[in-house]
Ligand binder design. Sequence first.
Ligand SMILES: [Fe+2]
Length: 226
Amino acid sequence: MKRSEINRAIEEAAQFFDRRSFALPEFALWTPEDWDKTGSEADEIRDCMLGWDVTDFGSGAFACIGRTLFTLRNGLHDDPHYPKVYAEKIIYNPEGQRAPLHFHRSKMEDIVNRGGGNILIALWQAGPDNQPSDEEFSVSVSGLRRKVAPGETVRLESGDSICLPPRIIHQFWGEEGTGPSMSGEVSSVCDDRSDNYFLESCERFPGIEEDQPPLRVLCHEYPASQ
Ligand SMILES: [Fe+2]
């Protein structure tokens, strides 16, 4: 995807979070020049891939398939330096933009509508072949257990949340006509390099065409500490 799309997406998300009074840590504003001067005190940010994460999953159609998010905290499996067992993200959801259909092999996550428009989330249980099964199943929505038919769409209004155990196939997006929203993700440790099972081939961290200078550094681009 193009660097200009990434710059624009971060600016839009940061403005939305600001308007909704969701404050980000200071390093959300660091420029590439700031990162070049930063030492090992920021190793947790680099190693746990905290910070901005913008992707079109290789779709070339960012407005339809894409994600702009900021990882606030995370741990690292099998690294005693980072024993944290939980993670938190904040995701900006423009109307209609989706991540590809996926499930997590081991991560359990709560998706929380933290304000703005509604969030729709389509759900299936993954079968033994890792494809959507035709079985009914149940999920917890804001603490209330409810049955879900395969492919059913659950609506999360502001303040609602849904708990997704591993192997629940999901895809969520901002409901058209209700405005952009932000969703929190509260989860067990997130390993975006190996825990995601996408039902169609896609690139979690696609190559970037440098059509303008970067305003921020993405979570997978940090330079080594100085
Ligand atoms: Fe997910």
